[in-house]
Ligand binder design. Structure first.
Ligand code: NAD
Ligand code: TDX
Length: 331
């Protein structure tokens, strides 16, 4: 394996994955990204130009997809519409990118017999009760709740079908909630960090009791690389770092970190269909591939606050408009 095609490489996790490949492998990378509102050219600038090529294109465009897949030894497919709240307002782009885009990529990977890794989410499994002792495993039945998660579930099923019907050389991974550098400020943790840096109050949906299973983005990236290098074809690997926290706990921790009272937040309108709890049992990726996460949540969160403090010129231009969209929904 010499050249990897990273779709969505200008987005949050994709950009961190490109950085991870630069630091930990000798691989060459082609990034294919449409630079939607969530894509940032600057996130993949500054790398060795001999190793990173950027192609501005859409994964639903069969012509450009065929060309870049043919030139790659492996595809790692991150590109997606990724925000649940957006999917509640306008589901159509989620169908186009997540379903038709994935279909377009796996058809090209099949034609050119290129190794394919599909990035997905724990949200395909629906949600858990707060006191459920079970966590999601690779055997949990699919039960997605939102337009976003149902399109991700659809894309997973397409990849699995292409493995079985056409012998596509594919693996899949479903990860829990990521945090870290380059995450769009529409998402929970960077929204609250930038609210605090702005002197605004954090905003919790509902009562703030919903639980997410947080993992630092670089730990997600190291797990994906392990699956790409050593995963068994046709297999799914769940990725998580035992990071369960309620949203309220996370907000209280952020408030204390910046020296504000722990109850200095607002409770706002809940998300429609809001999943209560996600939790990953990552035994398979840990035991079969020997992967372990490196980040402790408290240290990772503190470093993330500092990253947003240092990158105000990156997020500042979109803060007002992001908050105005939330305000229109009472959030
Ligand atoms: P993101 O929204 O930050 O980035 C998505 C990237 O894909 C952007 O650069 C965007 O420009 C690009 N893109 C969107 N539509 C495209 C299209 N039609 N053609 C080409 N490029 C397109 O997303 P993210 O949070 O980095 O998520 C990456 C992947 O990881 C997604 O597949 C998501 O479902 C999955 N995932 C995310 C999380 C999380 O916590 N963020 C957790 C588990 C899985
Ligand atoms: O302002 C907020 N207040 C709030 O309480 C926002 C933006 C969110 N929330 C809540 C909703 C969720 O319970 O915080 C939690 C996390 O919200 P998001 O950041 O929107 O993430 P989530 O919906 O859990 O989905 C994320 O993890 C799985 C990613 O966006 C997905 O791409 C990934 O698949």
């Amino acid at each position: 394996m010499r050249r990897v095609l990273v779709t969505g490489g200008a987005g949050f996790i994709g950009a961190n994955f490109v950085e991870h490949l630069m630091a930990h492998t000798d691989l060459e990378v082609t990034v294919l990204d449409a630079l939607t509102y969530a894509g940032h050219r600057e996130a993949v600038e500054g790398f060795d130009a001999a190793r990173v090529e950027f192609v501005h294109g859409d994964i639903t465009d069969a012509e450009v997809v065929d060309r870049v897949v043919a030139a790659a030894d492996a595809v790692v497919h991150f590109a997606a519409e990724s925000h649940n709240d957006n999917s509640l307002h306008d589901p159509r782009p989620f169908l186009d990118t997540n379903v038709v885009g994935t279909y377009t990529l796996i058809e090209a990977a099949r034609r050119h017999e290129v190794r394919f890794h599909h990035i997905s989410t724990d949200e395909v499994y629906g949600d858990l009760e707060l006191d459920d002792p079970e966590r999601f495993t690779e055997r949990t039945p699919y039960n997605p709740s939102s337009p976003y998660s149902s399109t991700k579930a659809a894309s997973d099923l397409l990849v699995r079908a292409w493995v079985r019907s056409f012998g596509l050389q594919a693996t899949l991974s479903n990860c829990s909630n990521n945090y870290g550098p380059w995450q769009h400020i529409e998402k929970f943790i960077p929204r609250q960090i930038t609210n605090l840096l702005d002197g605004r109050r954090p905003r919790l949906y509902g009562q703030g009791q919903n639980v997410r299973d947080w993992i630092h983005v670089d730990d997600h990236c190291s797990a994906v690389l392990a699956v790409v290098e050593r995963g068994r074809i046709g297999e799914t690997y769940l990725i998580g770092a035992d990071g369960e926290r309620s949203n309220r706990q996370v907000v209280e921790q952020l408030l204390v970190a910046v020296g504000r009272p722990a109850d200095d937040f607002d409770l706002v309108a809940d998300r429609a269909g809001h999943d209560l709890r996600y939790a990953i049992d990552a035994t398979k990726v840990r035991t079969e591939l020997g992967w372990t996460p490196r980040y402790d949540f408290d240290a990772g969160l503190a470093a993330t606050v500092e990253w947003y403090r240092a990158h105000e010129d990156w997020w500042r231009p979109v803060k007002e408009a992001t908050e105005a969209r939330y305000a229109a929904s009472g959030q």
